[in-house]
Design a protein. Structure first.
Length: 115
């Protein structure tokens, strides 16, 4: 069955609104070449993602090299628009996004990469 997938495009990146554990939506960058789904550390904390204790390296839209070892969490419930995704894992890293009340630009794109 085909379902619409909300997609926002700019010259910098494509992104989609993703709700995680019932919170959000948060804009996730769509990175079809990513080795794993990535979520910003602050967003993971906000939605209460429990870490699995596992660590892994990831590569993708964040740069040409590999991101240092990061933490992994299990997501039980997430949606892209009204499309429900099955449970999965995300890698949690500090994406350096602007925190509320801080100074500086918010990077284009989103809070994570492809779910």
């Amino acid at each position: 069955m085909r379902r619409p997938w909300p997609l926002c495009c700019s010259s910098a990146a494509s992104s989609s609104p993703v709700s995680v554990e019932g919170d959000g939506p948060f804009m996730f960058a769509l990175d079809t070449g990513a080795s794993a789904g990535v979520i910003d550390e602050d967003v993971a904390d906000q939605v209460g993602l429990a870490r699995t204790g596992e660590s892994r390296s990831v590569s993708g839209i964040l740069g040409t090299g590999r991101v240092p070892v990061a933490r992994v969490a299990r997501v039980a419930q997430w949606t892209v628009g009204d499309v429900r995704l099955g449970p999965g894992e995300v890698t949690i890293i500090d994406l350096g996004l602007k925190k509320p009340g801080s100074q500086g630009p918010t990077p284009p794109g989103g809070r994570g990469t492809e779910p």
